[in-house]
Design a protein around this ligand. Structure first.
Ligand code: PLP
Length: 213
């Protein structure tokens, strides 16, 4: 199946209001360019060092929006703010405040997704629901943060039914905070995420094939 066929296959199945984020980590900019030629402009990267040369090589395509989806370390914030349009992996109040301060200095306005962890998962960062609720007033009152939604990753050993349930919890929490977006769903479970109310699915291997690294 060609890249265009895979893109069309998933787009046909997504409701009109659900966006597709093509997670291009581990794949070269030549393939990203092919997707852009077929009308896909949202791309996700999780490693800054890998992403920067790709962003540079593709800077002639104005419509591309870069999403940072990886674990964001505080010493990488400035570069991420400079080069990305959306940051999906904001996992603490401290990090959010740092992003706000640096965005102001850089005169940038990245959209923010708060990463929430709905189950114990030592492999993942994220706000617990309790932490998010405690920090919410500060987060939502911060003048330089454009918080548009929540992002979540499910534990990899959870079955599809369990994932859908988790995604529904994320949707409910977003609704209760009056946040429009939920960044949830990956190659294995984007259908469950869409049923639960995802507004942006993050799909890598289904589109690009297996990652080399
Ligand atoms: C890699 C990655 C994806 C895409 O994963 P696939 O299973 O290849 O679709 C989605 N979200 C995040 C945060 C990722 O790191």
């Amino acid at each position: 199946m060609s890249f265009a066929d895979r893109l069309n296959q998933i787009k046909r199945l997504l409701p009109p209001k659900v966006g597709l984020l093509a997670v291009s980590k581990g794949h070269p900019d030549s393939i990203i360019r092919i997707f852009a030629e077929h009308g896909q402009f949202d791309f996700g990267e999780s490693r800054l060092q890998e992403a920067l040369p790709k962003i540079k090589n593709l800077s002639d395509i104005n419509k591309i929006r870069w999403h940072f989806v990886g674990h964001l370390q505080s010493n990488k914030v400035r570069s991420v703010v400079q080069h990305f349009d959306v940051i999906h992996s904001v996992h603490s109040l401290e990090l959010a405040e740092r992003i706000a301060r640096i965005s102001k200095e850089e005169n940038r306005f990245p959209q923010i997704m708060l990463q929430v962890k709905f189950r114990e998962d030592p492999a993942k960062v994220g706000f617990s629901v309790e932490d998010l609720l405690v920090s919410w007033k500060k987060l939502s009152n911060s003048p330089n943060l454009e918080i548009c939604g929540l992002m979540t990753i499910t534990p990899f050993d959870l079955d599809l039914e369990g994932r859908k349930k988790l995604y529904c919890e994320c949707r409910e929490l977003a609704n209760s905070l009056k946040l429009k977006d939920c960044s949830m769903g990956m190659s294995q479970d984007w259908r469950q995420a869409v049923e639960a109310g995802s507004t942006l699915v993050r799909v890598g291997s289904f589109l690009f094939g297996d990652r080399v690294k």
